[in-house]
Design a protein around this ligand. Structure first.
Ligand code: 6GU
Length: 267
């Protein structure tokens, strides 16, 4: 996968050299380039912002440097087969913003299928809307939010999104099975995990996990996942299909004080 990131703080993306993302870059799974927006300014002060039309606090990023940056990284001219001159498809433009659509594991899976992602990191009160409107005439544009809070800019969101997406790329995780069991894989939070020693500071690992009985262990983990999800994330629990909850699921929830309304019961 090719990834370009445009920011006025390229140093903010330095952690992308580390750990498993750094390894994916080193072995070519991830071809990542970080660009300084100011390299597309033409005035001596390298200006990227100005006051908002209509008034109000803060500053807005001017459209001209962004237009030139996107022209350079997603060339406007296409060959007859619909590819850019370097033989690639147009990138998917991602614009981190607290006003965007929520970033989820499902979106991470979708992004992991793209061949080229282009991130435009806004700062201040955001980027002039015409940049996004114009880009949308050429490529798919998605404004994406990490959650219901406000950050100074999109750089941290790029770190988060790239970490979630990179670990889904083929060959990045040694044990692909761990993708299937982790939190959010099936609409449930994951059960707690333990390792040795069996007793530590007076706290013991649950007996069932030491029993070697794989059926009981799977049942215990599902019960824990269900109870965690209903208590911590009632929104995720409400999104589950009640018909996917069998009698033993309902009994576990009942023991924790949550009654599932009768209805279709999975066998
Ligand atoms: Cl993606 N950007 C900014 N600036 N603030 C945010 C966010 C993104 N997600 C939540 N808050």
């Amino acid at each position: 996968m090719r990834v370009d990131v445009v920011s006025i703080f390229p140093e903010y993306l330095a952690p992308l050299d580390l750990s498993l993302i750094g390894k994916a870059r080193a072995n070519g799974t991830l071809r990542l380039a970080v660009h300084d927006l100011r390299s597309w300014t033409h005035d001596v002060h390298r200006t990227v912002d100005d006051t908002p039309y209509g008034g109000g606090p803060g500053m807005v990023m001017r459209p001209e440097p962004w237009g030139d940056a996107l022209d350079a990284l997603a060339p406007p001219e296409l060959t007859p087969d619909g590819l850019t001159p370097d033989g690639l498809a147009r990138p998917r433009l991602l614009v981190p913003s607290p006003a965007g659509e929520p970033f989820t594991q499902a979106m991470a899976h979708e992004l992991a299928t793209e061949s080229h992602l282009l991130f435009a990191c806004g700062r201040y009160e955001g980027i002039d809307q015409r940049v996004l409107d114009h880009a949308a005439t050429r490529m798919r544009v998605t404004e994406v939010s990490l959650g219901d809070y406000v950050l100074f800019g999109g750089e941290v969101a790029v770190l988060v999104i790239l970490e979630a997406v990179t670990r889904l790329l083929p060959g990045v995780l040694g044990n692909a099975g761990s993708l299937d069991e982790e939190s959010h894989a099936h609409g449930l939070l994951e059960a707690p995990m333990y390792t040795k020693p069996a007793a530590w500071r007076g706290h013991e690992v649950p007996e069932v996990l030491r029993s070697g009985d794989h059926g009981r262990i799977a049942r215990w983990r599902r019960d824990e996942a269900l109870v965690r999800t209903v208590t911590r994330r009632p929104d995720m629990f409400a999104a589950l299909d009640p018909a996917s909850l069998d009698k033993r699921d309902r009994a576990a929830l009942d023991r924790a004080g949550f009654q599932v309304p009768p209805g279709d019961v999975a066998k």
